[in-house]
Design a protein around this ligand. Structure first.
Ligand SMILES: Nc1ncnc2c1ncn2[C@@H]1O[C@H](COP(=O)(O)OP(=O)(O)OP(=O)(O)O)[C@@H](O)[C@H]1O
Length: 528
């Protein structure tokens, strides 16, 4: 646990020098001092503000009721006088002993973080949200957002939303690691909309980067659900938009894109990102991989607004990416939910020795025969192998689809839509959709081929067990995979799964892209 986070739990070794300016706010705090009206110690903690807000409105109410009779059975005067005295006492208490007040609040926040397994580090971190209602009381968020959150059935914020939203609303940069399926999308879209306040014709003010187009499309869809009832424009950078749009005239508040497409638009000088106030890198560790780094660099440089707020989100955040994040971000807040780089605890995980490729196909057919519990996602290590398995299964009476990067874009989209709509029950895939894709109620993920890294394992199985639902994952392994078992064994045990002791006794092997050459899956007679 970071030292500063320990300090939050301690609450005793409070460093007055370090927080002197904040102390000052309390010292000269007087009831009518306007300079304090806007800013309390906790920038966005509106408790005294709220009380002040209520005091102001009750004063207004008092003015109104001094002319008219008190409301039947409810004497506005008395309650406001009593409430006022109480508030006076609280305020005097705060003035007399800001330290005690400070500690009280910090302990309260530390308890709330402990309850939701929120670990933070950084300076002056705002308290976590207690509820979505606080978005309005603390931040004056527009009504349509609360209505849409309720319409989506979200009763209360998830842990990552509780902490990342206040951090971003307080104008801080942030890198966050939270389990798969824990609501990171809302955690970055919601504060963005609140801070942008209203639609504008000033051009693009927020950018969200996703590593693959399917995830970008999904994020755009989720964002559009949240802006319902407003006049915001959220745009997905499609091939057509890239080719045909005149971005200088296009109404676009939030642009969602893959790095490749956005870099193309920047390079062709078709787009102006100088007014971007928010840049979100979703699945950030994937975006920082060597293959995408150059494109990310183009985007980060094009977003030249000096007061830009950047944030990184992922279920896996290797130390190398953290270091990189710290190097490009300013005074960033680190938010970790649970333990970093662990699989979701809602997914029951199993390892199955399949011996050979024939053994795998047999085991798969057997599990389907016993209990095909769709929807099922099956991951393989390459598009060739995905095609082979698809050819094997498509002749059987299970509705199977396939998605990989060789498919034309339209086909990729159709494969995802058919799976979402339940037209296909089994989707055979490569890692192109291992991250971020949110299919409701995936019961089963099958790693037909062993994942090539611990993070690939976490993201693949994280397609199930989302939003608190339970899920299941089976990972087939053969002799070639045995040396790598230990690497995912830690991920399994840290998310509460049993692993045979012989596997735990294996030596950990340094991960390199583990994609061994495997025998062909196909049992169909080869065409001569
Ligand atoms: N506050 C909430 N309450 C209930 N469900 C929520 C809440 N916020 C988001 N969800 C739902 O949780 C599911 C997962 O959300 P999301 O896709 O944002 O997860 P994620 O953390 O980004 O996952 P991944 O790491 O796989 O990308 C979605 O179906 C979303 O609608």
């Amino acid at each position: 646990m970071e030292k500063s986070a320990n300090f939050l739990f301690g609450g005793t070794n409070f460093n007055k020098k370090k927080f002197a300016p904040d102390f000052a706010k309390f010292k000269n705090r007087t009831e009518d001092d306007d300079s304090n009206k806007k800013v309390s110690f906790f920038e966005d903690e509106a408790e005294p503000e709220q009380e002040k807000e209520k005091v102001v409105s009750s004063k207004k109410r008092k003015r109104k009721s001094s002319k008219s009779e008190p409301v039947e059975g409810f004497d506005v005067f008395k309650s406001s006088k009593k409430a006022k005295t109480e508030k006076e006492n609280t305020k005097n208490e705060i003035l007399e002993n800001p330290q005690k007040e400070l500690n009280r609040r910090m302990e309260r926040d530390a308890l709330s973080r402990k309850q939701y397994n929120i670990h933070v580090s950084g300076n002056n971190i705002p308290p976590p949200l207690k509820s979505f209602a606080e978005l309005s009381s603390r931040y004056g968020c527009q009504g349509y957002i609360l209505r849409n959150l309720a319409e989506l059935g979200f009763k209360e914020p998830t842990p990552i939303q509780r902490q990342a939203i206040p951090v971003l609303l307080s104008g801080r940069e942030c890198f966050a690691c939270a389990p798969t399926g824990s609501g990171k999308t809302i955690a970055f879209i919601c504060p963005m909309l609140i801070k942008l306040q209203r639609p504008s014709t000033d051009g693009i003010r927020a950018v969200i980067l996703s590593p693959v187009r399917e995830l970008a499309a999904q994020t755009a869809r989720e964002g559009k659900k949240l802006i319902k009832g407003s006049k915001f424009h959220i745009r997905l950078m499609t091939k057509t938009l890239l080719k045909t749009a005149d971005f200088s005239k296009l109404r676009c508040d939030v642009l969602i894109s893959t790095p490749m497409r956005l870099k193309r638009a920047i390079k062709d000088k078709k787009i102006d990102l100088s007014k971007v106030e928010y840049l979100v890198l979703d699945e950030s560790d994937k975006l920082f991989e060597q293959s995408l780094l150059k494109q990310i660099d183009w985007v980060v440089k094009a977003c030249s607004n000096p007061s830009i707020i950047r944030s990184l989100f992922s279920a896996t955040l290797p130390d190398s990416v953290e270091e990189l994040a710290r190097s490009i971000m300013h005074d960033a807040v680190r938010v970790i939910i649970g333990r970093k780089n662990t699989a979701s605890e809602t997914v029951k995980q199993k390892l199955v020795f399949a011996g050979t490729e024939e053994g795998k196909l047999l085991a798969l057919r057997q599990s389907f025969a016993e209990s095909l519990n769709p929807p099922v996602l099956i991951f393989l290590q390459s598009k060739e192998r995905a095609k082979e398995l698809y050819d094997e299964l498509k002749c059987e009476n299970i509705r199977v689809g396939v998605i990989h990067s060789d498919l034309p874009p339209g086909e990729r989209e159709k494969a995802v839509d058919r799976f979402r709509a339940g037209e296909t029950w089994v989707l055979i895939a490569t890692d192109v959709i291992a991250r971020g894709m949110d299919f409701k109620g995936i019961n089963f993920v099958i790693n037909y081929d062993f994942p090539d890294s611990a993070s690939a394992y976490i993201h693949r199985i994280g397609r199930s067990g989302r939003a608190g639902r339970s899920g299941e994952a089976i990972t087939f392994y053969t002799e070639e995979d045995v040396p790598f078992l230990r690497n995912i064994a830690n991920t399994m045990t840290s998310s509460g799964c049993e692993v045979p002791s012989w596997i735990m006794s294996l030596k950990k092997k340094k991960w390199r892209k583990h994609r061994p050459r495997r025998d062909s899956i196909s049992t169909l007679p080869k065409a001569d």
